[in-house]
Design a binder for this molecule. Structure first.
Ligand code: SAH
Length: 245
């Protein structure tokens, strides 16, 4: 099954952009996903092809019009009906690895990219659209966010990553950051690789990696750690959460 990405944007030439090379580029060449950018301006009806107007209530900047975007979304729903429609906005729910996994398991995604001050709120009421944020900072447009979301999905598509389980240990998959990595040379500027990693004792290595993942998560991401600990306390057996799948 091909993962179909439809992108509604004022800058279709930004796609596939960086997704045309490396892992994602190869996957596209192999027909594992398709990239279909659509120009929002094509859904404007006036002779200036305008897509935005001044904000109701006053204030700086321009707002993307619900009528134009509504037509663009309807067109996307016709051409890619099974795909959920997401809109990039800092007002959306932060994107998570769990959401990425569920999207990657589906038929594809339609992504609406905002520009200017954002999107007329009535669009979110009038169409089934999931608002998504890629983090607590402001981009100049949704296109970079769409590229981030697509990159995260594409690497999970069947046959895209080398080993089928190579994503399983990754940061966030078990609600923790991943453990730190090391490789040759054995010594660099006087620093050596932790002894345990050279012991060949896989039980000890696993225990060390688990301890490091927990320590780094606790120190670097207290928010993740708290959620992880909360989930552990709440689980009926009191045991560590099961590995997914
Ligand atoms: N005035 C808005 C920001 C607009 S930025 C606000 O304060 O909420 C212009 C566009 O960039 C947005 O419509 C959105 O599509 C995109 N964008 C900016 N930051 C984003 C983020 N963190 N996640 C996803 N999209 C973002």
């Amino acid at each position: 099954m091909m993962f179909r990405a439809t992108i509604l944007t004022l800058y279709p030439e930004m796609f596939p952009g960086p997704l045309g090379i490396s892992l994602a580029g190869r996957a596209m060449a192999e027909g594992k996903w398709s990239c279909n950018p659509m120009q929002i301006r094509d859904f404007a009806t006036d002779k200036h092809r305008s897509v935005d107007d001044t904000p109701a209530g006053g204030g700086a900047g321009m707002v993307m019009r619900a009528d134009v975007l509504g037509r663009a979304v309807d067109h996307a729903l016709e051409t890619n009906p099974a795909a959920p429609v997401l809109a990039m906005t800092p007002r959306g729910a932060p994107l998570t690895q769990a959401r990425v996994r569920s999207l990657a398991a589906g038929p594809g995604v339609t992504i609406l990219c905002g520009r200017f001050e954002g999107i007329d709120e009535r669009l979110f009421e009038g169409r089934p659209i999931e608002p998504v944020s890629i983090g607590d900072y402001i981009l100049s447009g949704g296109e970079m966010g769409a590229l981030v979301l697509l990159d995260a999905c594409i690497r999970l598509l069947p046959g895209v990553m080398g080993a089928p389980d190579s994503g399983d240990d990754e940061s966030f998959e078990a609600g923790l950051l991943e453990y730190p990595h090391y490789t040759r040379p054995a010594e660099w500027e006087g620093r050596t690789i932790p002894e345990v990693l050279r012991s060949g004792d896989h039980a000890k290595i696993d225990a060390w990696r688990k301890a490091m993942a927990e320590k780094d998560t606790r120190l670097r991401r207290p928010d993740l750690w708290e959620r992880h600990e909360g989930a552990r306390v709440k689980s009926p057996s009191g045991a560590r959460r099961q590995k997914k799948e």
